[in-house]
Write a protein that binds this ligand. Structure first.
Ligand code: XMP
Length: 520
């Protein structure tokens, strides 16, 4: 991926740490644009003029694995401030003549950091006693400093937890300032970007909106654009942004698969067609989806059928609009960066379905992806700036195949109706109890098992409703949310009393891994 040449930035060189994206987000939260590039992509042809400082990330490698670590020494000749974090700290030390060895005492988790010397990097970071709690995750350590470096702080077991060569503006820290467990960690990043790199703020939702609207106008010019609107956050923000830029030259296509959340289709039409006056083609494909999915239980088959059908319908309606040149997509920054590639694991492929893959080639459309430099939280802020309602912008993620993958086994009209109602009760209860915004994603599922119950004096034999609520940073890993018993009982009672067809409610307490967030 090429770097953006229009904005001053802090460049983060990624060595495969699971926290690299977090570093970029923290810097952007401080109001400065930052970009990530894999260490494998570093080369002398990079446009340096907009780079104001460099951060070397952590990573799972060992600095002496020279075949795997593609570090370019010429970086030191650019005369830019450099901050190495964890593995990055070890890279700086090793490359400049210091020594790194397997640590006698590995440090994982919280450690007590003690100040030895003052530094610009640590202004306002330590408490009155020169101490701070920091979060560590390393098995190797720097054992000898490179020439010109001095120690700024240490822990009980590690001598060189913060080091600097202030003349050359080179800094190394063994702990992770980007994670919330490190107290006041953000101050380190703040000092680095403002006091040491001397960058100015250039990143806020307001100016993003301005820049992105101008970008879309310039790219699209007088052409027409189509956009698959799903009602989710990303496609809603894309649609509104492009509409701000080109107005009636945008047409959105919304396919009601019948597998959406309760009343979602009504809200989409109300918001986009009535309120914002955006050209919207509404396709009612409920029956078609139901027919094609009838008697299908295999999760992958369900996904394939839904994906293909969606593309077919989209294509059919898109063809009706004359002279379309562009397809707008809600691709986000995490979909593009090659973070974690060092360890072989891939970042989210989860959107391949959503993104109407395959269409541009077939229909000879060019892509316009205005959100491709943004993280999800930035997209949400931009949405609010674009005057989308909080209800849309703060909505939990929803998978492309919709309720189909929250209903293991065969899909029927009755089951869909039961599930939509159960989910609606759960989600509304979360909102009423002010829990919704504390949870990353929550939903109800309908299990294909019937169990015996008793209601009044009668025996019942009905489905089990499973509730899932998780906290997460990005959906790659997740923890279950802790509800109190009273809340769970209220929700369970309401679901069983209001909905015919469910007589038992269970709560899924598995984290991801080993489970996934969705059931299928
Ligand atoms: P899993 O179940 O893989 O889900 O732990 C991680 C996140 O991805 C969402 N998800 C999807 N999103 N199309 C999407 O757009 C899909 O096919 C899809 N499958 C899962 C899921 O809701 C969760 O947020």
């Amino acid at each position: 991926m090429d770097l953006n040449n229009n904005l001053n930035k802090i460049l983060i060189i990624d060595f495969g740490s699971q926290f690299t994206q977090l570093i970029a987000r923290r810097i952007r939260e401080l109001g400065v644009y930052s970009e990530i590039i894999s260490h494998k992509k570093m080369n002398s042809k990079l446009n340096k003029s907009k780079i104001k400082g460099i951060i070397l990330s952590g990573g799972p490698l060992n600095v002496y694995q020279s075949k795997k670590v593609k570090f370019r020494r010429e970086l030191f000749e650019w005369s830019l401030p450099i901050l190495g974090i964890c593995f990055g700290h070890q890279v700086i030390s090793k490359e400049l003549g210091g020594k790194v060895k397997k640590a006698k005492h590995r440090e994982f988790g919280l450690a007590k950091l003690k100040r030895i010397n003052k530094s610009k990097l640590t202004q306002n970071f330590f408490n009155q006693n020169g101490l701070n709690k920091v979060w560590m995750s390393h098995a190797d350590e720097v054992t000898k400093l490179a020439k010109g470096f001095k120690v700024i702080a240490k822990t009980e077991t590690s001598k060189f937890s913060i080091i600097e060569n202030s003349n050359k503006k080179l800094y190394g820290i063994q702990f992770h300032p980007e994670v919330t467990h490190t107290e006041r960690g953000k101050i380190i990043l703040k000092n680095f970007i403002f006091k040491i790199c001397k960058t100015k703020k250039n990143w806020s939702s307001k100016n993003q909106k301005k820049i992105l609207v101008e970008d879309v106008k310039r790219i699209v010019s007088n052409s027409k654009v189509i956009c698959a609107l799903s009602g989710g956050v990303d496609s809603s923000v894309v649609a509104k942004l492009i509409h701000n830029a080109i107005g009636k030259k945008l047409t959105c296509i919304f396919v009601n698969t019948g597998l959406l959340r309760k009343n979602e289709e009504i809200q989409v039409v109300k918001t986009f067609r009535r309120k914002f006056k955006i050209n919207l083609i509404y396709v009612d494909a409920k029956n078609l989806f139901l027919r094609k999915l009838s008697k299908v239980s295999d999760p992958e088959k369900k996904r394939k059928i839904i994906g293909n059908l969606f593309i077919k319908i989209f294509e059919r309606y898109a063809k009706k609009i004359k002279n379309v040149k562009y397809l707008a997509q809600g691709t986000l920054y995490p979909d593009l960066i090659e973070s974690k590639s060092v360890t072989g694991s891939q970042t989210s492929k989860i959107k391949s379905h959503h993104n109407v893959g395959g269409l541009p080639k077939k229909m000879k459309l060019k892509l316009v992806e205005p959100l491709k430099l943004l993280f999800k939280d930035e997209v949400r802020k931009l949405g609010l700036e674009l005057k989308l309602s909080k209800e849309i912008v703060l909505r939990h993620p929803f998978p492309g195949p919709g309720l189909a993958i929250r209903m293991p086994g065969e899909i029927t009209k009755d089951k869909i109706k039961i599930l939509k109602n159960a989910d609606d009760i759960f989600i509304n209860s979360l909102k009423n109890f002010k829990l919704y915004d504390k949870i990353w994603q929550a939903y109800a599922a309908l299990l294909p098992v019937k169990t015996v119950g008793v209601m009044g004096d009668n025996r019942t034999y009905e489905y089990i409703c499973l509730l899932r609520a998780i906290t997460s940073e990005d959906g790659m890993t997740a923890d279950t949310f802790d509800f109190n018993k009273e809340f769970m009982q209220i929700v369970s009672n309401k679901i069983i009393n209001d909905i015919k067809g469910i007589n038992r409610v269970v709560y899924d307490i598995t984290s991801k891994p080993p489970s996934t967030i969705e059931l299928e």
